[in-house]
Design a protein around this ligand. Structure first.
Ligand code: CP
Length: 310
């Protein structure tokens, strides 16, 4: 693979390979011993056409830890605001001879479009409702480390599944790694025929939570609901908010996850999000840096004359 535009198309052993590679960077990040600057001399452009805290910063930190020259392009301050097209922007980045481009865009498929136009590897940092592959990899790594395995783990993904690229990428990654995936959403936020992705849909959150090993909560993505049905936050919390009482339906040692940003008091209560033993939310952020280091390393191997994928 030249690019990482999605989890779709990756074989289970390729996903496991990226997780193994990321595993190697966790200790390096914690110890901060002799830096491994294997991307020294490479230029990494992070082109973000949509807001981000975790993904942008962790890609920047990941690139810098590996020695790359990292530059960030924020669409709000770029010539996109003057009417420049996505393709022209991509051609401009390409002409600057970037060695790797990381893109976040509000349109599904925009990253693939750019990947087809440029000469260097492109990594998808989230495109519309389509995919957010590095998020799924960091979530899978968190589950594998905390639960010991992904195989046969009952993972409940609850929330605005319809608009969620995180849910889509996680479903693809977790089913590929043989987890039992349940998705839970109000019928208005459940994608049609989702069971074709190998998951079990639930409308009733309490039923979905029975015996869960992992509970992954999603934010209501109101920015993608223009013209559609927007539930009231009070009603939503009542039926789909993760409270301590509700969490008791899952396994006693179930893991609570959230990709962020969280809306506390809407999809998740603070005493659940901040739970010392159960919440893996800050660990997910830590895994994000390791996963992005692994992806940047693996995707640039060919151009550095190193053998690429497993
Ligand atoms: N999880 C995630 O993608 O967060 P950001 O939007 O802050 O990058």
């Amino acid at each position: 693979h030249r690019h990482l535009t999605g989890i779709e198309g990756l074989q289970p052993h390729e996903i496991a390979f990226l997780l193994d590679e990321a595993e190697g960077w966790i200790a390096a990040n914690r110890e901060r011993g002799t830096p491994d600057k294997r991307l020294a001399g490479l230029t990494q452009i992070n082109a973000f056409f949509e807001n981000s805290t975790r993904t942008l910063l962790s890609f920047e930190i990941a690139g810098k830890r590996l020695g790359a020259d990292v530059v960030n392009m924020h669409a709000a301050q770029s010539s996109v605001k003057k009417g420049e097209t996505l393709i022209d922007t991509a051609m401009t980045l390409n002409a600057m001879r970037a060695d790797v481009i990381v893109i976040r865009h509000m349109s599904s498929g925009a990253v693939r479009l750019i990947a087809d136009k440029v000469d260097c590897p492109v990594l998808n940092a989230g495109d519309g409702r389509h995919e957010h592959p590095t998020q799924a990899l960091l979530d899978a790594l968190t589950i594998r480390r905390r639960r010991g395995t992904i195989h046969n783990q009952r993972v409940v993904i609850c929330g605005d599944v319809l608009h969620s690229r995180v849910a889509r990428s996680n479903i693809l990654a977790l089913t590929a790694l043989a987890a039992e995936v349940r998705v839970c959403a109000p019928s208005t936020l459940m994608p049609p025929a989702i069971e074709r992705m190998g998951v079990t849909p639930f409308i009733d959150f309490d039923a979905a939570l029975e015996g869960a090993d992992v509970v992954m909560m999603l934010r209501l993505q109101t920015e993608r609901m223009a013209g559609g049905y927007v539930p009231s936050t009070r009603e939503y919390h009542l039926r789909y908010g993760l409270t301590l009482k509700r969490l008791a339906r899952a396994k006693a040692d179930a893991l609570v996850m959230h990709p962020g940003p969280m809306n506390r008091g809407v999809e998740i209560d603070s005493n659940v999000a901040d739970h010392a033993e159960r919440s893996a939310i800050t660990e997910q952020v830590e895994m994000g840096v390791a996963v992005r280091m692994a992806c940047l390393d693996v995707l640039t191997r060919r151009s550095r004359g190193v053998e690429g994928w497993a």
